[in-house]
Design a protein. Sequence first.
Length: 382
Amino acid sequence: MLNIADTLYDWCREDRPFALATVVQVTGSAPLPPGTALAVDADGTAVGSVSGGCVEGAVYELCQQVLADGGTPARARFGYSDDDAFAAGLTCGGEIDVLVQRVHRADRSTLAEALDAVVQGRPAAVAQVVDGPEELLGRVLSLLGDGSAYDGTLGGEREDRAVATQAQALLRAGRTGRFEVGGDTDTCPERLSVLVHTHAPRPRMLIFGAIDFAAALSQAGRFLGYQVTVCDARPVFATPARFPHADEVIVDWPHRYLADTEVDARTAICVLTHDAKFDIPLLRLALNLPVGYVGAMGSRRTHHQRLDALREVGVTKEELTRLRSPIGLDLGAHTSEETALSIAAEIVAHTHHGTGLPLSLGTGPIHHPAPSALSSAARQAA
């Protein structure tokens, strides 16, 4: 639902009744991930999407029906239909489960603060019951800041605490995810399936080396939604004027800056200096940090020399397997912009476990399932 946070915030603030259709599960290939939503207000105004256009008409009608029926939630599954080409279905061949609910006044109040935080760019999450007892279906719990504070209720204090604990881990990881909770006396008697929508600060892209490739990569990184930092020890090259697309330009020794800056599992580190006096201490530190991606620029000869130097300073074999070097995918790139595209493409493929191969050579679904959000988030919380 956070894909339409600005409109939903306005509707909640105006106390406007509306129905919310949320993709709660995806099977096979589908155009949009779980958590994506479409909303329809009492006047028939629609915002958002659940399928990129394939089944919007059917979902719109279902939203109007839920609003007219007094708010009983409805579930619908949409997939490809061979028998009826005009039936509402997904031409991509996958299936999506959609929960349609009327967002009642109490939930609008609970949502408003979290949606406001999202609109303002602050971290927030919304936990939504997508399967369970009918009286709890669609109920929401909003988490603010680091997730330690929450608003709303899913039926009782034990349920709220159990959901908030797991949702907090997802918020830290910046991932939307679904989990099961309850069905026992320690958490709650009713078993609930909860979908957590998260809005975390932008992931960081740390680019070391104030060169032309860095200027192009900073633009690509910003386009992908990263908070981009360019760092170089040479003040004559590390200037904001040379890197207008970077959020910040830092003059410092790369390894010293990295040691003092905040990183997480979504951080991408791109080492473009290909100068051993910068690279070795920087990579020695980077490969021991819990970041998502570490890549280094250079020829294959430079790469092998770099590996030998890293082994000499104690970098382990396991740590070296994390290094993407030479950096980027083989796109036949020549210009700075093409090279930046190859690096950005590798980061995207690495983040989402893509192969980097042409889709025309594959035979399976083109949409990869999201990484196990709860397990990765739980590892970070541990």
